[in-house]
Design a protein around this ligand. Structure first.
Ligand code: GDP
Length: 193
């Protein structure tokens, strides 16, 4: 089955987003690091599987070693299923993503969000960045331009609406993500013909 995968650091609102999109209830971070089984997802008229990969990053009570293992598992899962994965959705917190990226940028450190964005593209998976919690962001255009810049996409962000999708899962504003994912799904279909 065709698949759409959701990845993101812990607490970015991934569970809230998936609940909003599917109407199903997802465990919210109660068991960090436990891979939940793929859920059938009914976004468009086509059937495809939605895969919720575990949250990553700081999780209280989860030792560094286990966090590395979680990351390894995520990467392995994506590599092994790359053929079936039509779209990757990287969920970030619009309020804090740029700050977190800048804090973790160093000589031998690549921030998780940046690493995951490039990884998905390297394995050939079209990726949408769902920039969540935009209800908490005042200077939205500026913030989205900064995020583009950090991801290596030339601002203005409005040129990247198939990649950058500002949303507020909690408020139910997820149209930008719907549109971006649909574009990629249709593209994938055309390539199949
Ligand atoms: P997860 O760990 O990524 O699955 O994150 P959750 O879905 O559990 O959400 C983490 C927190 O962020 C919760 O307190 C949510 O209510 C909150 N949250 C999720 N989406 C939004 C949003 O769009 N705006 C705001 N302000 N808060 C949100």
């Amino acid at each position: 089955d065709a698949e759409v995968v959701f990845v993101g650091r812990s607490n970015v609102g991934k569970s809230t987003l998936m609940r909003e999109i599917t109407g199903h209830t997802f465990d919210t971070g109660s068991k960090p690091g436990v891979t939940r089984s793929p859920n059938h997802y009914d976004w468009t008229s086509e059937d495809f599987v939605l895969t919720d990969l575990p949250g990553f990053g700081f999780m209280s009570g989860v030792p560094e070693e286990q966090r590395e293992q979680i990351k390894t598992n995520i990467v392995r899962y994506i590599e092994e299923n790359a053929d079936k994965i039509l779209v990757g959705v990287l969920v970030v917190d619009g309020k804090s993503a740029v700050d977190i990226i800048d804090r973790h940028s160093g000589e031998d450190e690549v921030p998780y969000d940046v690493e995951m964005f490039y990884f998905l593209r390297d394995v050939g998976i079209p990726t949408v960045v769902a920039v969540n919690k935009m209800d908490k962001v005042d200077d939205q255009d500026e913030r989205l331009d900064e995020l583009c810049d950090r991801l290596g996409l030339h601002p203005p962000w409005k040129q990247w609406q198939d990649t950058i999708a500002p949303i507020s899962a909690k408020r139910g504003n997820v149209d930008a993500l719907n549109e971006a994912v649909k574009d990629h799904l249709h593209e994938a279909k055309r390539d199949d013909l």
